[in-house]
Ligand binder design. Structure first.
Ligand code: SAM
Length: 294
């Protein structure tokens, strides 16, 4: 194997007996290494480099363009936190959509809400979904799995055709490289706003607040121009660089800080519960200060 198989934001490297995945943190002169037990799958699709590895520390991992996306050991944290905050805030989410499919973890979490009638999962790269079905989540479709509809399209183009339609939208975008770049454009946020009903709510993966506060700041400022309620919340994901991660929720009517959390599927969750839900909106001063910087 070549030393650098590919390098957009990460690469594999063999040292003596061991294989390592090195996640490059662009502009920071820093890399995070994951020891890999086995490289199970590797391909270059029409959109990106897709690989599945068995890691020593985090179990099975989906890696796109050298960047870890989800792992079998701690993926539940990301999936629960991108899904439940918005889903639990809306009193009756019926139509739900998700941009960025991958292993479709958030869609499975959203199915836990009895009011849900339809979940559209929009994924640009059919190979990611096929590879994940083969190597990642093996469980059969959960009850009501037929409510999940996969749309194989670029989310940036797809969203332009959706008007006043969704109660909840989950933007499970990759970092702003490769096919996900368009999901960070200013115009994208307007399309997202237009796709939601008058009571709609959306959540974005908004990056590491420690390493990429510029992404977070931009996401917040663009959303604040459109939505009356914009709130950032945090969680800890051990496999992600720095451990701390941010999501930003924007809502036309319902405020997550006033959400009624009774009767929700908390007994089935492994990370989020009503206390975590409330506490996740409390930001440390260093992040508050960064967000206030001009
Ligand atoms: N949480 C997911 C899981 O459980 O696997 C990981 C999703 S990963 C963060 C982001 C996904 O967005 C990838 O599958 C990638 O192919 C997809 N994606 C990137 N750019 C996209 C675009 N423009 N439109 C739709 N999907 C896109």
């Amino acid at each position: 194997m070549k030393d650098r198989r590919h390098s957009l934001t990460g690469y594999y490297k063999e040292t003596n007996e061991d294989l390592w995945l090195w996640d490059d943190l662009p502009d920071l002169d820093m890399e995070v290494g994951y020891k890999v037990g086995a490289l199970l799958h590797y391909e270059q699709s029409s959109f990106q480099e897709i690989s599945i590895v068995e890691t020593k520390g985090f179990g099975r991992m989906l890696v796109l363009d050298g960047t870890p996306q989800v792992t079998s050991k701690d993926g539940f944290i990301y999936n629960e936190m991108i899904t439940h905050i918005a889903m639990a805030t809306h009193p009756e989410p019926r139509k739900v959509a998700m941009i960025g499919g991958g292993d479709c973890g958030p869609a499975r979490k959203a199915l836990k809400y009895a009011s849900v009638q339809q979940i559209d999962v929009v994924e640009i790269d059919p190979r990611v979904i096929e590879v994940c079905r083969l190597w990642m989540t093996k469980e059969a479709d959960p009850a009501r799995g037929e409510l999940i509809r996969t749309v194989l399209k670029d989310g940036y183009k797809w969203i332009q055709e959706q008007k006043n339609k969704y109660d909840v939208l989950l933007v499970d975008r990759s970092d702003p490289y490769g096919p996900a770049v368009s999901l960070y454009k200013q115009q994208f946020y307007q399309y997202v706003y237009d796709s939601l009903t008058d009571e709609g709510i959306v959540v974005f993966q908004s990056g590491s607040p420690y390493y990429n506060s510029d992404i977070l700041k931009k996401t917040i400022s663009r959303l604040k121009k459109l939505f009356p309620i914009v709130r950032t919340y945090l969680c800890s994901i051990p496999s992600f660089p720095g451990g701390i991660w941010s999501f930003t929720v924007a809502s036309k009517k319902w405020d997550p800080l006033e959400a009624n959390l009774n009767g929700l599927p908390w007994e089935e969750t492994k990370y989020v519960n009503p206390e975590i839900f409330r506490a996740s909106f409390v930001l440390p001063n260093y992040i508050k200060n960064k967000l206030e910087e001009k």
